[in-house]
Design a protein around this ligand. Structure first.
Ligand code: ARG
Length: 559
């Protein structure tokens, strides 16, 4: 049962809907005051009464029962105490019977969500700037699946554009098959950088010619292009495997080359296309935006044109309930324009398109990805994190078996968590020491807590029993309440497209469990107390595992 909801439904404030009360219910800082509380400050304006008065009145009206046993009004807060025995048995039973599926639900049944994320550019570096879209998108994928939605993960490949003409030209002049096969994406990228630095006007014009050859379906040019594409995809697949990321579709920009015309025709038929300096645009001035360019004066399509075709294709193919685009906030305008154009074309589903923006990631030493200069390859960041994790483990626990495997889980987890822990819109500075700290708000800390819980369970060697009438103490109650809040956290996180809520939840739960662990004996306790504490430990371990797995992070048994 959702206790917050139970409480919210029984608070009646005139002129305030239950849905407005529910999200305002909080955990008071210490449970002496209450288990749940409603701060009344927000309602003062509507009701034109002081928060203290509001809390007093609500307290008088609230009827206690066997679930909510006590209500008090303190300094503008309405505090609730609940039947802790009931909550504890209910929550522990639920977790220990549902296990891996604890927190899952069917709210999404019958609905499809498309998620466009990671969207790599062929033959270009897969760099640290791609970390956020990859891990945020992947985590939303897992989350929505867990909530019962059908999810379609789409990698909208950047495989269209004049740069591929340049690449082929550079390859013809300076490259050879053996080096490219061996060096893969790095060798291809070197060719591209060299072209940008050294190409003269003769080569530039050759490059345009090669691009036209690709476009017109020339076999030779397309073979080279497809080869570069397969090398890039093979390379990124290695990274996706490490990060536990998967896709259902790799329909990229090229896939839409032959699907734009009908959409352009529709724009024209609906009188939305305007000529401007020979180009075809949709005027968006009325909406405070620059025009959306559909066709260049030479007739070439643009990024937006292909996205337009892609949106139609997705709607027709998947009939989505929502279509998310996990793309950096630098593209805010692009998506505003795109969604507006689709709306102007008369499509009701335009409202179901959602840009999920995120901030930039830079490294502590100031190095950042740039067009020509220094590029921080994501692969290097992951490998460095795994290596550092190995060293930390070696130092803390040299006797440990399977150190490589554990270091991989810890290192990869740290990279993912480092990118997910903050609200996604924030720019973040990635620090190896910070993400790998055992003490901070990190995945390592959470994984370590899991290893601790696991060791308690292994040592006990008995099958878990949940006692019926055990009265939990303060620290135990804090853990129980946090456990009970998991489902709600997942729903919030999905509603706001914020995996960071899950990351924070895991850290909070780990902190609460550790406080309990330090203050209480478990294995040397007796009777119901021991049984309860073991059940609490097992339920915490299970819930932490479920939370981390939604972020794509594994949990080692030992650390
Ligand atoms: N490949 C693009 C980039 O690197 C991102 C594509 C995002 N998805 C989309 N449908 N526009 O900027």
């Amino acid at each position: 049962m959702d206790y917050k909801k139970y409480i919210a439904q029984r608070i009646k404030i005139q002129g305030v809907e239950e849905q407005e009360i529910y999200p305002n219910i909080v955990f008071p800082p210490n449970s002496e005051m209450g288990d749940y509380a409603l701060p009344c400050f927000k309602f003062a304006k509507v009701l034109r009464k002081s928060p203290v008065m509001i809390a007093e009145t609500l307290k008088e009206r609230y009827k206690t029962d066997e679930i909510v046993t006590e209500v008090s009004a303190v300094n503008g807060y309405l505090n609730f105490k609940i039947n802790k025995v009931g909550l504890a048995t209910e929550v522990l039973n639920k977790i220990l019977s549902e296990k891996e599926s604890y927190g899952s639900s069917k709210v999404g049944a019958g609905k499809t969500i498309c998620i466009d994320y990671s969207s790599v550019n062929i033959a270009k570096p897969f760099h640290i700037g791609h970390l956020s879209t990859t891990v945020i998108g992947s985590s939303l994928y897992k989350l929505f699946s867990f909530l019962g939605y059908k999810v379609v993960g789409i990698n909208h490949l950047g495989d269209y554009g004049t740069q591929f003409g340049k690449l082929i030209c550079a390859y013809k002049h300076w490259g050879n098959a053996e080096d490219v096969e061996k060096g893969g994406i790095h060798a291809i990228n070197d060719l591209y950088v060299r072209f940008n630095n050294e190409a003269d006007s003769q080569m530039e014009s050759e490059a345009r010619q090669y691009f036209r050859l690709i476009e017109s379906g020339d076999k030779g040019a397309n073979e080279i292009f497809e080869w570069f594409k397969s090398l890039t995809l093979k390379y990124v697949q290695g990274i996706y495997d490490k990060l536990n990321v998967k896709f259902d579709s790799f329909a990229g920009e090229r896939f839409f080359s032959d699907k734009m015309q009908p959409v352009i025709d529709e724009l024209r038929a609906k009188n939305l296309l305007k000529e401007s300096d020979g180009a075809q645009i949709v005027d968006l001035e009325k909406y405070g935006m620059p025009p959306c360019l559909i066709l260049r004066s030479d007739g070439a399509s643009l990024y937006a044109t292909r996205d337009l075709a892609a949106a139609y294709y997705r709607k027709n193919t998947y009939d989505f309930y929502k279509c998310l685009y996990v793309v950096a906030y630098q593209q805010n305008l692009h998506f505003q324009q795109l969604f507006k154009v689709i709306e102007l074309m008369g499509n009701k589903w335009a409202k179901d398109l959602v840009h999920v923006p995120y901030g930039m990631v830079s490294l502590e030493d100031g190095a950042m990805s740039t067009r020509k200069g220094k590029v921080v390859w994501l692969e290097d960041v992951i490998n460095k994190c795994i290596e550092k994790a190995y060293n930390v483990i070696e130092e803390k626990n040299p006797e440990l078996e399977n150190k490589d495997e554990i270091a991989e889980k810890v290192g990869v987890g740290a990279v993912i968590f480092g990118a997910l822990y903050n609200n996604k819109i924030k720019d973040i500075v990635f620090s190896y020491d910070k993400v790998l700290s055992f003490e901070g708000e990190t995945s390592v800390y959470v994984q370590y807590t899991c290893a601790r819980a696991n060791s308690v369970i292994n040592k006990s060697g008995v099958k878990t029993k949940i006692p019926e009438n055990y009265q939990p103490n303060c620290a135990e109650t804090e853990v129980i309440k946090q456990l009970a809040d998991f489902t709600d956290t997942l729903l919030d996180s999905a509603e706001k497209y914020e995996p960071s809520y899950i990351a924070r939840y895991a850290v909070d739960l780990a902190q609460k469990y550790n406080k309990f662990y330090i203050e209480n004996k478990i294995l040397t306790a007796e009777g119901d107390m021991k049984d309860f504490r073991l059940a609490l430990t097992e339920a915490t371990l299970q819930t932490l595992k479920n939370a981390l797995s939604l972020l794509g992070i594994g949990v080692p048994n030992k650390m």
